[in-house]
Design a protein around this ligand. Sequence first.
Ligand SMILES: C[S@@+](CC[C@H](N)C(=O)[O-])C[C@H]1O[C@@H](n2cnc3c(N)ncnc32)[C@H](O)[C@@H]1O
Length: 198
Amino acid sequence: MPHKAAVKISTRTSPLAEHFEFLRGLIASPKGVGAIAPSSAALARAIALQADPDQPGDVLELGPGTGVVTEALIARGFRPERITAIEYDPEFVRRVRERCPGVHVIEGDAFALDRTLRPEDSGCCAVISGIPLLNWPQERRQALIEAALDRVRPHAPFIQFSYGLTPPMPATDRFEVRRAAVIWANLPPARVWVYRSR
Ligand SMILES: C[S@@+](CC[C@H](N)C(=O)[O-])C[C@H]1O[C@@H](n2cnc3c(N)ncnc32)[C@H](O)[C@@H]1O
């Protein structure tokens, strides 16, 4: 009987293939993707560093794209089963499921958490957002941050990266914001912002 060699299909993609995959998403939705490339490994690490796997609760990721930050969260020590990701592009949904088995990936709208999540999906230790907030009016940014902070434990962070010099949403009576990192090794250089309820 001919020997059948086991074929191992790698779920890893080359950086170039991943870039093309990202560009496909950008062409499909310029406003929603809002970047020319996935976050660099340095930026993904800096974002993941702001979430603490030793804290109780799961982590919620909004807009995982090709899954670079999801992967950095796992490298940081989050079991995949502790990560829920919400992504509205079906191809990116498929990609993150393939790249990060065990992560709960929901195809849905991060701006409508009440519809996308169940009421019991709360008490998170962090929410991480890759949504390009600057592409939406300030009221919608504020609403998204407030809805996300409603899903975290007291004083747990909402973590957002952006390419601007100032936070994509200033502090309000409801939440404070601080700059946690500047990542020059990203194209373009990016800042990591951490929001917390007051
Ligand atoms: C700038 S990309 C960030 C991707 C990835 N987090 C990274 O750092 O490389 C924005 C991502 O948010 C997704 N997105 C935009 N609006 C969304 C929405 N309303 N609900 C869910 N995902 C959304 C896009 O499809 C895209 O994957």
